[in-house]
Design a protein around this ligand. Structure first.
Ligand code: TYD
Length: 212
């Protein structure tokens, strides 16, 4: 196992809308707090004030955004977030628990749209000066099951949630392909399992990483 480039631990959660990332982030944070670790919970897009403005554009703008512009907006949010929030926390020794990171860009902008995955990944890596997560938890869920969960919420769909199931199926396949390419970084979990079972698998892996 390679030594981490920072005293903290960078954990990201990925998966389609409705896979349970928020629930798992909260459970992981509770567990870490009980272990006496300081944590930072954050998300993209929208982990900073600038990011909230970007989030408003990418999620709530009515009408098309050119694919390269959309990719740059997510990358801009990410660049500012990593520089001002994530890296300082990792340098302090925090465990950063982050809802979505660059794998979301590759899956949504790369596979889902017209851009290639390599260019989207390279753009994001440039934006964050090469910072990769120490662990990425992929909560894998069939898009039909995810949609049923989102429908149960009674909230109006945002722009991306309203896209067709075929798009979400492509995003899912892209996440799984990314996980297959980097098996050491990814922990793929079946998101239809009970939340506490998923949480146990996540904490086991995090505990292992913290021990090294
Ligand atoms: P999310 O924060 O999960 O929003 P919510 O929980 O309110 O639904 O994600 C917002 C959307 O942004 C989601 O559909 C995925 C998309 N997204 C991208 O397309 N590219 C990215 O780089 C990121 C971070 C998110």
């Amino acid at each position: 196992m390679t030594a981490r480039p920072h005293p903290g631990l960078f954990v990201t959660l990925e998966g389609g809308d409705g896979a349970g990332k928020t629930t798992q982030s909260a459970l992981l944070e509770e567990w870490l707090t009980r272990q006496g670790r300081s944590t930072l919970r954050t998300r993209e897009p929208g982990g900073t004030e600038v990011g909230l403005l970007v989030r408003d554009i990418v999620l709530h703008h009515r009408g098309d955004i050119a694919p390269r512009a959309e990719a740059l907006l997510y990358a801009a949010d990410r660049a500012h977030h990593v520089e001002t929030v994530v890296r300082p926390a990792l340098e302090r020794g925090d465990v950063v628990i982050q809802d979505r990171y660059l794998d979301s860009s590759v899956a949504y902008q790369g596979a889902g749209r017209v851009l290639g995955r390599a260019e989207v990944r390279d753009l994001s890596l440039w934006a964050v000066d090469g910072l990769l997560p120490d662990l990425t938890v992929l909560l894998d869920l069939d898009p039909a099951a995810a949609r049923a969960r989102l429908n149960a919420d009674d909230k109006p769909f945002d722009r991306l949630e309203a896209e067709k199931d075929a798009f979400h199926a492509r995003v899912r396949q892209e996440f799984l392909a990314l996980a297959a390419e980097e098996p050491d970084r990814f922990l793929v979990l079946d998101a239809s399992r009970a939340p506490d079972e998923i949480a146990a698998a996540v904490t086991a892996r995090v505990s292992d990483l913290l021990a090294h």
